[in-house]
Structures are given as structure tokens and as C-alpha cells.
Design a protein around this ligand. Sequence first.
Ligand SMILES: [Fe+2]
Length: 314
Amino acid sequence: MSASPALKTSVLSPSAVRVVPTQAALGAEVRCDDVRTLSDAELALVHRAALDHLVILIRGQTLTDPELIDFGRHFGALDLAPYAKTGKEKARKHPEIVIVSNVMEDGQAIGVLRDAEVVWHSDNSYREQPLSFSALYSLEVPPAGGNTGFANMYLALETLPHELRSRIEGRTLKHDMTYNSAGDLREGFKPVSDVRDAPGPHHPIIRTHPDTGYDALYLGRRPNAYIDGLPVDESEALLEALWAHAVRPDFTWHHVWQAGDILMWDNRCVMHHRDPFDAGARRVMHRIQCAGDKPAKSAAGKIGHPRALSAPNS
Ligand SMILES: [Fe+2]
């Protein structure tokens, strides 16, 4: 990974923390020593890098679950992920940790999301107060596949054709809570036949990031989404147009995993996606997540996030 001409590598001295932006539309590698040794001031720089670059990668870490939890607490109060309940994963020792894995033990999955493709989404958008940051720490990775992609939602909004933007100004979107991002029906929910009846919260389609002050497109996930107040066919057509724009390849960056990676992203301005991988390969990730606010649009919301302006094709 090397710095783009527009986004020079920053040396955030006097610490050992260096931030190296990707050449894509979002993301940066944070180069540092063992995260367990970072000072509060250095961890604040890592937090700043996550706000500035939307996704950060830290390689070569060796963490126990309590150490991963300690690291996550520097980015906000940790959330306990109420809907991550699958098989043996129910027996996880730390409620702050969600195990994301296809591995089976004693006939039960040790984690969630299997080996399937995971559709583009923003974590927990189906809750009234979705997550702010999520982070995955990789313990075992498959030899191929299972890469995680990210899309810059500041950039998606800032490049949205005027005609499309005018049709979503002031509107809200219902975020379905029936299925998870791997297409599995969540415990206690029934299949949806009419998107207007799908259970879920209503969030503004354009939201203002509470920490950066910039506006971003907020789509959550495509299945069973519904733009409140529109006829269903009109909502579907508008959502198709928005999604076709939002996940354009030039708005994205894809991470190829190594064991020991920490990858942290900001759900308030990023969507993510996972490629499928070989069911015979092992993939074990431990996830932590930070509680977020109810999404809101501020009249003072800004346009022009530095990472959107510096994207290669914007
Ligand atoms: Fe996710």
C-alpha cells in the first residue's frame, strides 16, 4: 500500500503512529507497534485516522479477547450485538465479541455469517441506534476469497446526480431487520412479502456524521428497503438508481486479509461487503463494535470531506 499524490503519508509524531492512505477512495494503513503498547494520545491519533480515512488497517497484531475489547473501548462504548445468535456462538465468553466464522465444532457453527457472500451493508442499520465503528480482528484467514470491500458514502453523496439528490432530500428510508447480511432469517422474524410491512427503523437517507459534521448517503442494505411514503414501484426504482451509484467500483477499496490484521470502519459513512470463500477453508474473525447515535440530518451538514474530494475519479 502506498500513499496517493493527493494524500501524503502523515507522520503523527512524536508517536510511532504513521498513517498511510490507500490509493483508492477510502482507507489507510496505520503503521504502529503492538497496539497494546500505544498511549492514550497515540490511540487518539488512530481514532482521528479512522474519522479522516473511514477505514483503517493495522497489521501484525496478537491480541487476546480482553485485549481486543480494551483496544475497542478507545473508539467508544462497546455494543453487545443483540442479534448475533447462531449455534455455539451463543456460548461466547465475552458479550462484546462477535465471532464471525464458518468453522464448525461439535456440529455447531462457532460464529456467524458462514462462508457466503455478505451483501453490501452498514452494520446494524436495522436498529434505532446503529453502530458507529466496527472492527474485525483476524485469527485465521482462507488462502483465497473472503476479502472485505468498503464504499465511501461521503463520496457517493457528493457525486450523486442532482436529479437523484433532489428526490431524496428530506426523505427517510425503512431499514429491514428481518434478514442478516448473509441472507439468513433472524431469530424470531418472519419472511417479508411487502416491503411496506417489513419491521425496522426509519432513518434519513442523507445523514450528518456527528463527529465530522459531513453529510453522507445512508442506505443500510438493499433487501426489503423502502423509501417511506412512496409507491412501492417508485421506491424500488429510486433505490436501484441510488445503489447503482453508491457502490461504483471507483468509490471502493477491497482488503485482502492476513492473520493478525485489525480492520476498523466507520458505519456512519461506509458500507462494506464480503466476498464468498471456499467452504472447506477456515476463516475466524473476532469482531467488536461501538454503540452509535440515532442517525440524523443536520441543517449545518457539510459537503467536502477531504477523503471524498481527494478520490481519484471524483
Ligand atoms: Fe457487517
